[in-house]
Design a protein around this ligand. Structure first.
Ligand SMILES: [Zn+2]
Length: 178
């Protein structure tokens, strides 16, 4: 490969990285709105191949008293309704926190092309941390995963929220809280 080609590949990767950072920034803002209504701050957006925003969502589990109202589930449902099609294979889902088993299952069911997330979830992360559903026998769909975009900001936002709630000392203390 010529030097010129290598350089252009790096530039392309950098452009993609900047795009991921931008959309994760939008997810961080959505997550903050979830915190204002008392939910764990998790935000998600769905983007099409052309880079258009399709849906945005924030965790509404407490707000709606709905255990399925995670940001990813809301984004997936809304995108399917907007498209009138449950095949979301042209879409990228961005989310601040590694999806749980429920959301990972929905991501695979929807055939989402790419998942970009911020920080690992040491409690229920089902992409690679506690379990790896996309690479397991349960999955018949190849999911591209990019983890660690704005990781520190995503993790800090969650840590700050849990600290503000003063979660009592227990084995279930999340996100590396001391
Ligand atoms: Zn979830």
């Amino acid at each position: 490969m010529s030097k010129k080609k290598v350089r252009s590949l790096k530039e392309l990767n950098y452009q993609a990285y900047l795009k991921h950072r931008y959309w994760m920034g939008q997810c961080l803002k959505l997550a903050q709105t979830a915190a204002t209504w008392g939910d764990v701050p998790v935000g998600a957006v769905m983007i099409d191949r052309q880079g258009n925003l399709i849906t945005e969502a924030a965790n509404c589990k407490e707000k709606n008293q709905d255990p399925t109202a995670h940001a990813e589930m809301i984004a997936i449902r809304a995108a399917s309704q907007i498209q009138q099609n449950w095949h979301l294979n042209n879409y990228t889902l961005y989310v601040t926190l590694e999806p749980c088993p429920m959301c990972a299952g929905a991501i695979l069911q929807a055939r989402i092309s790419t998942l970009v997330y911020g920080t690992d979830d040491p409690k229920t992360g089902a992409i690679r941390t506690v379990a790896n559903l996309p690479d397991s026998n349960l999955s018949y769909h190849k999911l591209k995963v990019i983890a660690g975009i704005r990781e520190l900001e995503c993790r800090q936002q969650l840590q700050n929220w849990f600290e503000s709630k003063r979660i009592p000392n227990s084995s279930s203390k999340p996100f590396g809280l001391k």
